[in-house]
Write a protein that binds this ligand. Structure first.
Ligand code: HEC
Length: 471
């Protein structure tokens, strides 16, 4: 490992020392931008400026050097000491040195004929060009106030049994979206289409729920609200929600699509299925109308594998029924022991521990916490007692909820342990209020500990009971 790194450094240093003007945009920088930057730095994507042409890029030369040498760009949060990730987009030291050398030597353009051909990106704002697009109804988001998680059902946009091989969500206005998730399920007679449904969580004037009553789980006397698409009238009733979610896929800040094609995998959506969408808006002072689109690629022939998530949903089948306790909700449950004291900068959540009941293959690790989230770690404890950290995120960032793509073959009986920490101090720039206790809840100013996992299974394998909650 040491040799190529040294070789890269020597090359870059040589470039600066011997031929100060030989580093050019077209020959040396553009290939790096195409591979590591343009997925975000192109029109319509999340980054504020394109880095496509020389004219786009030249004014940013110094800022690029600063951003890559500090490893602020590309955004990547896994500690490089642990695990291997197929989607690791961080730069090699030689690439950082190349951008720095370019910025330090006048940021020359070079000859267009030295450069690679431009990448043909998907049209629109898509990251993956979809085969099937579904438009959600326009949704008003007011300037102020608390919007609870709203669930809504539609018929799935496929006529026949369909293997979906990628999923992507394009929110109309990402600035107000905390998450949008969806799952597919068999149509139930109780499911009504085109009607938003949510749990009315009792809140005080500052938007905080009564501890123990955060809307997680089925509490007695819960108030269910519904509203038809296109109507402003809200109907309230006591009882239980008719819609539940399993989170097959989630749009989160920094995590906009999932593509299973590299694993030759997909998700089978039987004909006649419904899609249950969970919408969560956070108001930001500006009233607007959100128009979200969902895009899918579909396979002509069934892929060899299927991709299954352990979401946060109550009926997630990968969790064994023995865990039907409050912990069965895995991550979105209300745990009375989870309580972050005011001004505590390093709160360690009650650790969570699961046991795999079968041999499993895990391909994605996606830690989810809210704005006080500080760090997240996933550790395997093998049946022989050996321990292995498989993901360490020392600086969790709510704006970059990455799905870390790994490949872990895990024998039955292995445990996985999750440790999350939280910063409720005034030093956390995202902290809306360091002076109050924080409990688990749905809103960004409440907290979560959701160590999501994605499994790869043979196409026809049974998804039931892959794991149980041990602690
Ligand atoms: C996953 C998306 C993504 C990728 C990949 C990415 N960026 Fe960015 N970049 C952003 C976003 C979003 C911002 C603005 C917000 C921020 O600074 O975090 C940004 C900001 C920047 C800035 C401005 C920083 C500042 O100080 O204002 C620079 C320079 C930059 N990126 C360079 C790069 C370079 C060079 C690469 C590739 C080596 C890259 N980025 C890859 C999303 C990305």
């Amino acid at each position: 490992m040491i040799r190529p790194i040294l070789a890269g450094l020597t090359m870059a240093v040589a470039a600066i020392a011997d031929q100060p003007t030989s580093v050019t945009f077209t020959k040396d920088v553009l290939p790096i931008l195409q591979k590591h930057c343009q997925s975000c730095h192109r029109p319509g994507q999340v980054a504020p400026m394109p880095l496509i042409s020389y004219q786009d890029t030249r004014p940013w030369a110094k800022a690029m050097k600063a951003a890559v040498t500090s490893r602020k760009m590309p955004p990547w949060f896994a500690n490089t000491k642990y695990g291997h990730f197929a989607n690791d987009r961080s730069l090699r030291q030689s690439e950082i040195d190349m951008i720095a050398a370019w910025a330090d030597t006048g940021a020359a353009e070079g000859s267009p004929k030295d450069g690679p051909a431009p990448i043909r990106w998907p049209s629109g704002r898509w990251a993956v060009q979809p085969d099937v697009v579904m438009d959600l109804p326009a949704h008003d988001v007011p300037a102020k106030g608390v919007l609870e998680w709203e669930l809504i059902a539609f018929p799935a946009p496929f006529k026949t049994d369909t293997w979906v091989t990628s999923m992507e969500i394009l929110p109309g206005d990402p600035s107000v979206v905390h998450h949008i998730c969806f799952s597919f399920e068999k149509h139930k007679p109780t499911t009504v289409y085109n009607r938003y449904e949510w749990v009315q969580v009792p809140r005080d004037s500052s938007g905080n729920p009564t501890p123990g009553n955060s809307g997680f789980g089925e509490l007695p006397g819960m108030i269910i609200a519904t509203r038809d698409v296109g109507s402003t009238q809200v109907n309230l009733r006591q009882g239980h929600a008719t819609l539940h979610q399993n989170l097959d896929f989630c749009y989160l800040p920094g995590n906009t699509y999932e593509d299973y094609r590299a694993w030759n995998a997909g998700k089978l959506v039987p004909a006649g299925s419904d899609i249950i969408v969970s919408l969560h808006y956070t108001t930001n002072g500006k009233a607007l109308v959100d128009r979200t689109k969902i895009g899918f690629t579909v396979a002509k022939t069934a892929p060899a594998k299927k991709f299954v998530v352990q979401g946060a949903g109550e009926d997630t089948p990968v969790i064994a029924p023995t865990a039907a306790s409050s912990r069965a909700l895995f991550a979105s449950t209300y745990n009375p022991e989870f309580a972050i004291p005011p001004n505590k900068s390093d709160y360690r959540a009650p650790p969570m521990d699961i046991t795999f009941l079968k041999d499993v293959e895990i391909v994605t690790l996606r830690p989810h916490a809210h704005v006080r989230g500080k760090s997240a770690q996933y550790k395997l404890v093998y049946p022989d007692g050996r321990e292995e950290v498989v993901l360490d995120v020392p600086r969790y960032d709510f704006n970059w909820q990455l799905s870390y793509q790994t490949s872990l073959t895990i024998p039955k009986g292995t445990h996985m342990r999750f440790e999350f920490t939280y910063d409720n101090s005034a030093n956390n720039p995202s902290n809306p209020d360091p002076n109050r206790w924080v409990y688990q809840g749905f809103q960004s100013w409440e907290e979560m500990m959701a160590p999501n996992l994605g499994f790869l299974l043979d196409r026809d394998a049974d998804v039931g009971g892959l794991m149980s909650i041990t602690n």
